[in-house]
Structure formats: C-alpha cells, structure tokens
Design a protein around this ligand. Sequence first.
Ligand SMILES: [Cu+2]
Length: 640
Amino acid sequence: MTDLAAPPIIGHPLDRLSTNETTAAVDLVRAHERFGDHMRFVSVDLTLQSKSDVLAHAPGASVARAADIILLDRSDGSTHEIVASLSNRTVSSWVRVEGVQPSMFVDEFVESEEAMRSDPEFQAALTKRGITDMDLVTIDPWCAGNYGDPLEASRRLVRGLVFVHDQPGDNQYARPVDGLMVVFDLNENKIIRIEDERVLPVPSEPAVSAEWSREFTPNERERTTIKPLDITQPDGPSFTVEGDLLSWQKWDLRVGWSTREGLVLNAVTYTEGDDVRSVLYRASLAEMTVPYGDPSSTQARKNAFDVGEYGLGMLANSLALGCDCLGEIHYLDAHFVMGNGDIAEIPQAICIHEEDFGISWKHSDWRTESTEVRRLRRLVVSFIATVGNYEYGVYWYFYQDGRIENEIKLTGILSTGGLDTGEDTEYGLKLGEHLYGPNHQHFFCTRLDMGVDGIANSVVEVNTVQAPPDENPYGNAFKGETTVFGTEQQAQRRIDPLVGRYWKVISNERNNKMGAPTGYKLIAGENCLPFATEESSIRGRAGYMWNHLWVTPFAEDELWPAGKYPNQSGPGEGLPAWTTADRNVENTDVVVWYTMGHNHLPSLEDWPVMPVASIGFTLKPSGFFDHSPVMDLPPSSHCS
Ligand SMILES: [Cu+2]
C-alpha cells in the first residue's frame, strides 16, 4: 500500500543509496514481523531497476527507490533476500533461501578471530610451538570452499590461517604458523576442528627485511634524491561532478557502488554536439578468484572469491588515509552496513582525477618544418580494496580519443607458508629460512553490459590470417577474418595473440560513414588459463575462469559469473549454467564477460610488499567514429 505521505523522490534511478536510504532500509527490515535478534545484515544495496525504465527516465521525473537486503539467520543458517521499497516505505518482498552461504561480513572477521584466539585447544596447539602471547597471534579467516566435507554442506565455515607477530603491529605474514589450521563455524562462533598436521619452526628472519610500516623501517634507508613533482591545476579540473553524474571531455557516466563490486560504471555515453551516443550500460568487476597452486593441505584449500565471498565494496579503503591519487581530486564517499545494521562510512572511497598521458598524436613535415603535437589526457575513476594480506586497485580510464581502459593493480603482502629447517619447495618461492610464498593465480571477470549505439548489439571475433595462395602472388598478404557469434556457446573463447585476435561489439542500429556497423573492440592484455585439473574443486566452482570471453543475452538476474552465492558453492553455477541454454547473442542486448588471469609465481622482489603488478584490457573505438576523434585537441599552451 502506498504511503501517500512519502514525498516523491527526484533524482536518477541509478543514484547510489544515500546513508539515509540505507538506514531507512535497515529500519524497515528491523520493524518487520519476520525479523529476529539472531539475524545479521550481510548487505544493503540499491535494487537494480529494469533497464527499460532507466533508459526511459526523463530528467526531473520522480523515481522509485528500493533496496535489496540480504540477511543471515544465525540460528538456522538460512539466508533471506528482502526488497524494501524506499518510495513506499514498505518491505515489498521477503524470500527465505536455504542451502546457500552469503558472503562474509566484517563483524565475522573480528568475532571469529577473537573466538579462535581464546579457545583453550587452539592455545594449547600454539603453546606446543612455543607461542604463548595470544595478543601477538592473528588468524585470517578464509571462506572454507567446498571439497566434499559434509560439514561444508551444512555449516557456515571458515578456515583460519595463523600468523604471529614478533612485536605488536609488525608484519605477521613474515611468521606463518603453518601446519596448523582452524575450522570454524561462524554461526555458532566456535571452533569445529583443529587440523594440527605439522609443527614447523616459526620464521625468524631479521625484522628489517620483512617490515613495511614506517614504525618499523629505519628512516636512514629512505632515498633522499627525489625532488618535488607537483601537479597543479590552477583553474581546477576539467571534469564536473553533480551527484553521481560525472562529465568530462564528451564523456558522461554515472558512478555506482555496491557492497560486492565496489565501483560500478553506469550509463557511459560519448557526446558530440547534440549526438549522445551510448557505449556501456553497466560495467564492474563482477568476480575474482585466487586459486593457490601448492599441494600442501593448507595452501590447496585457498581459493578465494574476493568479490563473491567477501565483497570489494565492504573492504574498500578510505583514501583519506593515504595519498593514492595526485592532482586536483574529487572524492566520493561510500558506506556499507554492519552485521547489526549499523552504517559503516568509508570517507573518500572513490577517487576521481585527470592525468596527462603523454602525446595523443604528432606529425612533422621535413619539407615545410611544420610540426603539430597534441597531448592526451585521461580521466581516472578508481578505488582500492584490502582483502586480508592483498590489495586490489580497480582503475577505469577514459581517454579523449574514445578509449576506455580497465586496469587492476595488485599489491600488498603475499599470503605466506612455512617450511621446515633446510626444506625447500617447487610450489612456491623460498623467501628466507622457514618462509615461502606459494604459487597462485588471480582471475578477474569484468561484466560489461554493452550498449554500443543502442541496445541491439552483436559480437564478432577478428583473427588475422594469411591470404590463400590464389590471392597471394607475392606471399605477403594477410587480412582480418571476421566471425559473428550467433549463440552463447560459439562465444566462449580464449585469447590468441599470435593471430592478433580481438573481439568487437558492433551496433545493429547505427552505421559509420562507410556503411559498416559502428563498434568498440575489446583488446586483451596479459592473460593466462588456470592450471587446476578437471577434477579439482575450483574447476567446478569457478568455471568462468576457463574462458576469457563469454557473451550472454542480457538478463536482469545474471550478474555474478560464479553464481550469486559462491561461498561454499557447488559446481557449475553462473556462466557455465546459464550458457547451457545456448541462447542467441546476435542483434540483441548483449553482456560481454572478459576474464583475465595473472599468473603469480612469486619473486624475491615481491617481499615484503609487492610492487604493483598490473593487468587490464582496453575498449577501443573501431569504426565508432568516422575519423580521428582527437583532431579537435588544441595545442598545449605551455609549448607554444
Ligand atoms: Cu599474487
């Protein structure tokens, strides 16, 4: 029933939830008759509205606002999916879901570590290793996965990885207590089992080489030869931000956010004059998985789904606490909901700034000595999440020449293992006596809900091939061979840099001046495939990793490549399940899923904090414009 007293909400349907709206959603749920004290809030996020409604939205029109809430009932392990209408101030839907584990929430990190630390049996296992000061012990709770243990089907489990500080606040990852793992039930908040397999010496490397915090690193080690390099923008930046609408150099987009994905890009358009051209409807890092490649029983269970098991939005850094961006910066705040329903603010979670990016184009004529050079700029929209030991920076770049780039910056500390005296391993790199960094991979799946010049799009693959003999009298000829994907299974593809393979999203609604469809190509960067076997647990649970490209027809409930609840999931969910229908993906509303893998055989330089490793891909206009889109760039004033 509509509450007539509720004022209509003016805004845009994609506007992020305000803290007031999240609070209102929590209050509606708490006041509901089905809510109980044993329920915990996992997440509160903006309800995605139908694409047709969003596209039809007229500026100034009122919008229907709603929030999706996920609750965990700790008394029976059930999950509850709720929709709260913020416009009508009612709970419009409440669905109980059995047999799934929603993602971990921050309270569980804190509570589980406390409970493990104070357990007498756990303390005895540490005493056996000469560790008696429990305040120095840290336990990283890793979602337990699914390896056929019946407990994994019935309980909400984490496996605790144990580390120990030498002094409070120093780098505990230099001192793994390997061979000891704690199986812990989050709902009962108690240890189920201690797997005490092997007593290993705790590494005792000289502290200075393992430390990163300034508190523990001597100042005399710091370089003194760096002169100031200031970025000054005396007239301010060239972008504007109105609410969540970001506008810069013909680009417009709406910044979005979710507990699970962190930063989301909505409604990305490129405008020339009155011609507003759509490129992307929605883009985000939709899943990532980190499979470890070491057969030791500790490492073999490490298969983190950092988006679906934890949530990059919940783990986002407040960029107020560092110096992550340079120049004239505009920050946007974010927030998430704690288990008890309290709001946790993340001030300055999203960074927006622009960067000089070298030259855009240049030509010199040696006869006339005429030279023209133009500099290129890019707009950067980014955030950084800390997932335990590791940091992931998610960067989106928009260029004046129509390119969009995605870059993931990987940094942070290796999740280490221990070795016996004199022991070495092929399944990782020894970093010092008793210490190694295990082999692992990082897979990132970006969901690209495309809309290149309209909703109706197709995807083609282009491979470069040698010309056939009858067309190749000089033996030099080659050409691009284009294949249009008709169905989902045809569009499950892997990279092939040796034939210059790229994929291109083309419009079925608009042609360029040569009569060909306008398009954007997806250019792969670094990539690899998983090494896990067909029989492995992760093969079933993260099937999306085995193809670099997937294309699906848009479906409102298909957001998560490894399924909605990858925590302790069974095999086959997400992209592998949806695409068995082999639906049409030609001349329709398509979603492109690009998976990229970073293969991480550690090196000594990764220790103690890994210098950023970078992986990404590019969306580049390809027949989208009728000519170079950057001939209108003016010369730089300071060079003339
Ligand atoms: Cu790594």
